[in-house]
Design a protein around this ligand. Structure first.
Ligand code: CTP
Length: 413
């Protein structure tokens, strides 16, 4: 493929070097078009060496070959990474003051954009409006991710990882459609069980893995209902904008159960990636609990067990519906993750279980994950490590394989 990679002037430009390398490694003919500002971060020799093609920023270079439109006309795919707030604004306005601007106006190829900026700039109404305009024109926005930003800040605005941008860009250029025609329900995030009007029992799930599973399915052609339990708007942004994806919100385990059960009725696959509270408070206090009312006697909360939603879904699933559970495990000495996953898959009666190891510093807020897939008979169906998007793609590969087997041996359905 003839790929144009536009680079604008943000610190994330250094990560775009890796993106260019990944495209080149994939056998693509890559032409980098940096803005002048981008060159303050990474210089022309680097871009030329990595892309193996000449690089220029100006519409006045190489005029004889009409370079200002030739790149855009030849492109099969244009990726802008990082896209600063300034570049997004210029794109939305259709400005053509440099080679990247003319290339973007001259192309009819799919355009994929990976924004990178500080959270305040990302959330500014001007940027929001520009992104909306670009989306309406069919531009695909990847990220930004939520995480560490330059200067020690943290929040949505970080450029997505090069692997994720590559995967999204390739999906846009040559979409996989192996889930087309399927309806999929994915739960994500973590439920919160109220104690009183201001407090809750919760967990550390960010919802990123579930959202990645939902997005991967939508990109592969499925109609997706994403049921989100306390997932940050920043994490949900890309999913909310996807035309094959509908987001519904749920707060408690009971609300999640109601939403998932209703949506599952018409689903071919249900993936329970949400971390559901196993217990809720027996009696939610209508007023805020105070130390005064406890009168120095401490506080004991009575907890009652919530229904196991995924086990219920698996039990009630008609033939043809695949139910997938997640399991976050902390294996103790003498047992492996796979052994625990196997036990849980059998106990819950699910068709597939995706297990990962978690700990105090492992498996939650990060961009990466490692999963092992075990089917309903306890057979390991593969494993995957990488970005949450990559392991999400592997999960769908495993789901497709399990569904194929089930069809081949209908008596086990
Ligand atoms: N799950 C669910 N309903 C619950 C609890 C969990 O549907 N009340 C689902 C989760 O969405 C996930 C899977 O079950 O897909 C694994 O949850 P986990 O908490 O690991 O399972 P438990 O049965 O609670 O096992 P453990 O005793 O190890 O916590």
């Amino acid at each position: 493929m003839f790929v144009v990679v536009g680079v604008s002037g943000g610190i994330a430009a250094y990560k775009a070097v890796q993106l260019v390398r990944l495209f080149v490694r994939g056998g693509h003919d890559v032409h980098v078009v940096p803005t002048d500002d981008a060159l303050r971060f990474v210089g022309i020799p680097t871009w030329e060496a990595i892309s193996r093609n000449p690089v220029t920023t100006s519409v006045h270079d190489d005029v004889a070959s009409v370079r200002h439109v030739a790149l855009g006309q030849s492109a099969d795919l244009v990726v802008v990474a990082p896209a600063t707030a300034n570049t997004l604004a210029k794109m939305a306005a259709g400005l053509a003051g440099d080679l990247l601007g003319t290339t973007l106006l001259a192309t009819t190829a799919p355009v994929v954009v990976a924004p990178a900026m500080h959270t305040e700039m990302w959330r500014h109404p001007a940027t929001t409006a520009n992104v909306r305009t670009l989306r309406e024109r069919g531009v695909h926005i990847v990220g930004p991710a939520d995480g560490e930003l330059t200067g020690g800040d943290s929040g949505p605005g970080r450029m997505s990882e090069p692997d994720d941008i590559l995967a999204a860009a390739l999906a846009v250029a040559a979409p996989r459609t192996d889930l087309a025609g399927m309806t999929v329900v994915v739960s994500a995030g973590g439920t919160r069980e109220p104690i009183d009007p201001v407090r809750f029992l919760g967990n550390r799930s960010s919802g990123r893995q579930g959202v990645a599973v939902a997005l991967a399915a939508a990109d592969r052609g499925a109609q997706v209902v994403l049921i989100a339990a306390h997932v940050d708007e920043g994490v949900l942004a890309e999913a909310s904008a996807h035309r094959r994806l509908r987001v519904q919100h749920a707060g408690t385990a009971q609300e999640l159960q109601d939403a998932v059960t209703a949506a599952a009725e018409s689903a071919d696959v249900v993936v329970m990636a949400a971390a559901v509270a196993d217990y809720r408070v027996a009696e939610v206090s209508p007023a805020k609990l105070t130390k005064e009312s406890a009168a120095g006697a401490g506080l004991t909360l009575e907890l009652v067990e919530n229904a196991d939603i995924v086990a219920g879904l698996a039990r009630d699933a008609p033939a043809g519906r695949t139910v997938v559970a997640f399991a976050a495990e902390t294996p103790q000495e003498g047992e492996t993750l796979v052994e625990r996953a196997r036990r849980k898959a059998l106990r819950k009666g699910v068709d597939l279980l995706a297990a990962n190891e978690v700990g105090w510093d492992k498996g939650f807020e990060g961009a990466e994950n490692a999963l092992v897939f075990v089917d309903g008979r306890g057979v390991v169906r593969g494993e995957s490590a990488g970005t949450k998007r990559e392991v999400a793609e592997a999960l769908w590969d495993a789901v497709i394989a399990v569904r194929r087997d089930t069809r081949a041996t209908p008596e086990k359905a």
